[in-house]
Design a protein around this ligand. Sequence first.
Ligand code: 5GP
Ligand code: ZN
Length: 105
Amino acid sequence: MCIFCQIINKEIDSEVIYEDDEIIAFNDIAPKAKTHVLIVPRKHIETIKDLKTEEGDNALVGKMVAVAQKIGKEKNLEGYQLTFNVGKSAGQIVFHIHLHLISNG
Ligand code: 5GP
Ligand code: ZN
């Protein structure tokens, strides 16, 4: 099972800041800025390249962005970066899709 599936199953501890029936968000273990949150669907999808429209994955990605917006609002962030690393050559190291929310305020 992948590391994010283990976090989702609470087999590995993380600092959870949001969760619902489809999505969990937790602090990155190696933050690149003051705020660095990972927004992760409970469904295991390896990369953005593997999204399946017919399984509702596009809507799921839309929900991930909506969760990012909610967290940004709650943390009162003026600006933030939202990033998907797609594939090894782009720096993806965990092969379970996740949206990075990165901000210094
Ligand atoms: P990627 O490079 O795949 O887009 O990003 C993976 C992110 O997951 C990295 O920023 C890394 O620090 C984070 N990460 C890897 N393992 C763990 C972990 O066990 N717990 C948490 N909270 N973050 C992790
Ligand atoms: Zn997984």
